[in-house]
Design a protein around this ligand. Structure first.
Ligand code: N7H
Length: 550
């Protein structure tokens, strides 16, 4: 008899309070046009009154989820993005400095004094590998926002996001006037100051791709939990036949189901020794943090010409060597990322890009590193022919997807790591909500002076319930390490930062040739450079009402 998993045998999943959780965390705004407004609070009671006024405009998970589901359903039926369907969302999050200004001291002190959130990003910057030379642009002394300069350190950030640039502008104008309007008008305040404005936008030339040219936002954890009292009304849609054992672990092929307490406080957590059974929620401290989430924001500058020049020069040199004759700049860059530009994973198509695989959301994330891709029985989907792409072949070791490729470093999937089994890795996952900033280069190898004068990069945003065990751990213990997580192979060539030799930040990356020989590539410069950011807390709607606004 094949093993069956009747849904009743699955552990009962939490009922998520989707009307109380801010929408960008679990649901993801997924908007092409965004604005981050960083604010400083000068007057507590004025700031509280302003917060009370903005609460009805803060988007919840329930609202964002409903919109995203409608958008997806229409796109699937019509074969294109639905015209005219548009929404504009706002979320809010506070640094510890902001919380101290707004909530009674006894409440603020509930955050652990050694928690990175309480210490702040500039204090943790060296630990996560940022430059320690104060003259380097990546040093927090030089950050444009959120660094060591107190005048540029925010108390709160607003994330405003829309499908329509005109709607975004109108909302931003409304918010700005609520901040700068004369003190007599309703909701008005001069007790708040906008200290930095950061627009973000999807690349118009390559929607969904970041500035090096690669498709982003493909791999996200599935979130366990229900959105109504109905037993199978799951937050993350399930695509695998419930009779298949894999249905207990995955929402979609390759998308693991993670207990919601990893992303939002107050819910069951993932165990580091079991991919299915949960452990109890984190203790809430302060008590009002239920349904809240920690938000990591990094303004990461991308030196796109440096990246692609390096690929050109290194590929030209390498191709002279036995075992590397076929290497091109495009192939080398894909090896650094672990996916091709289209988003197709190297594990499933190691020799050449396959945009058709990249487009298939039931196949493009269906791979692991230690086991071959198995065909999974799916629930019937109208018109879907099934995943008929070549399976990932785990016997390729590092010759298909290098051990230190970005996506393999930050999520080693089914492989054991320096700190535990594959179950432990599930406790490290984060929800990523990044968006590019700045305009794309027409030709990265021949940028114009005007293009070079403008900054571009990624506004990295992630949600998690432990900044230390999730974001910081992944960045510091894995991406920045020459050896971890599992087997060595060098630093993460995209986001890794090597601080071990002070100002010499050279990283290394092992590349395997077709003959099994290994070339160790030296990367003397960083092409992803932190220039701002912060550790924030994104409270529940009820905490905004009672603790922040009240
Ligand atoms: Fe990364 N890139 O373009 O190379 N990232 N990332 N990232 N990243 C991913 O699978 C990129 C950054 C993660 O589950 C893809 O969705 C760039 C930070 C994680 O298989 C691409 C920057 C951190 C994943 C990029 C950047 C992470 C991931 C493939 C900075 C956390 C999922 C698309 C400028 C510390 C891995 C996808 C998985 C995927 C790129 C930053 C983490 C193309 C350019 C700071 C967990």
């Amino acid at each position: 008899m094949p093993a069956t998993n009747s849904p009743s045998k699955f552990p009962t999943e939490d009922l998520l309070e989707i009307n109380d959780i801010q929408g960008n965390s679990l649901a993801g705004f997924n908007k092409d046009f965004q604005m981050l407004l960083f604010l400083k609070i000068h007057d507590r009671s004025i700031a509280k009154a302003w917060i009370r006024n903005i609460i009805p405009r803060i988007a919840t998970v329930a609202e964002v989820l409903m919109f995203n589901n409608l958008f997806r359903a229409l796109r699937n039926r019509q074969g294109a993005d639905p015209q005219g369907l548009s929404a504009t969302w706002i979320n809010i999050a506070f640094t510890y400095a902001g919380i101290q200004k707004l909530v009674p001291a006894k409440d603020a002190e509930g955050f652990d004094p050694s928690d990175p959130f309480r210490l702040g990003m500039p204090t943790r910057s060296a630990l996560i590998g940022d430059p320690i030379d104060p003259t380097a642009i990546g040093h927090p002394d030089r950050w444009v926002v959120g660094g060591t300069d107190a005048s540029k350190y925010p108390d709160l950030v607003l994330i405003i996001a829309s499908d329509d640039p005109a709607h975004l502008n109108a909302e931003v104008t409304r918010i700005k006037s609520s901040i700068t309007a004369p003190a007599s008008s309703q909701g008005a305040t001069d007790g708040l100051e906008i200290i930095f404005e950061q627009p973000g936008a999807t690349r118009p030339d390559l929607p969904g791709h970041e500035h090096f040219g690669f498709k982003d936002g493909i791999s996200q954890p599935g979130v366990r939990g229900r959105i109504s009292k109905t037993a199978k009304d799951f937050f993350s849609a399930r695509f695998i036949d419930p009779n298949a054992p894999a249905a207990a672990r995955f929402a979609k092929p390759g998308q693991p189901l993670i207990w919601p307490g990893q992303f939002v406080l107050g819910y069951k957590m993932q165990r580091n020794d079991d991919p299915i059974r949960p452990q109890r929620p984190l203790k809430l401290s302060p008590s009002w943090t239920k349904n809240g989430s920690f938000l990591v924001l990094r303004r990461l500058l991308q030196d796109v010409p440096a990246f692609w020049n390096f690929m050109e020069q290194t590929a030209a040199k390498l191709s002279q060597q036995p075992g590397f004759a076929t290497i091109t700049p495009e192939i080398l860059a894909a090896k650094f990322v672990g996916r091709w530009k289209s988003g197709a994973p190297l594990m499933r198509t190691p020799i050449a890009d396959r945009p058709d695989l990249a487009k298939d959301s039931l196949a493009n994330n269906h791979f692991a590193y230690g086991a071959d891709t198995q065909k999974l029985p799916l629930i019937p989907i109208d018109g879907y022919p099934g995943d008929n792409f070549p399976p990932a072949d785990s016997t390729t070791f590092g010759s298909g997807c290098p051990f230190a490729a970005h996506i393999r470093k930050v999520n080693p999937r089914d492989l054991g790591t320096d700190v535990g089994s594959a179950s432990d890795t599930l406790t490290r996952l984060i929800l990523r909500r990044g968006i590019p900033f700045g305009s794309p280069l027409v030709d990265p190898l021949q940028p114009t002076a005007v293009e070079l004068a403008e900054e571009r990069g990624l506004l990295f945003i992630s949600y998690q319930t432990s900044i230390e065990n999730q974001f910081e751990f992944v960045a510091q213990d894995w991406a920045n390490s020459e050896l971890n997580p599992p087997i060595g192979g060098g630093h993460d060539p995209i986001i890794g930062q090597n601080q071990e030799q002070g100002n010499d930040r050279t990283r290394i990356f092992d590349l395997m040739g077709t003959d099994g020989s290994i070339e160790t590539i030296e990367i003397p410069i960083d092409w992803v450079i932190p220039t701002g950011g912060g550790y924030f807390f994104s409270p529940s709607i009820s905490a905004l009402n009672t603790v922040f606004g009240g």
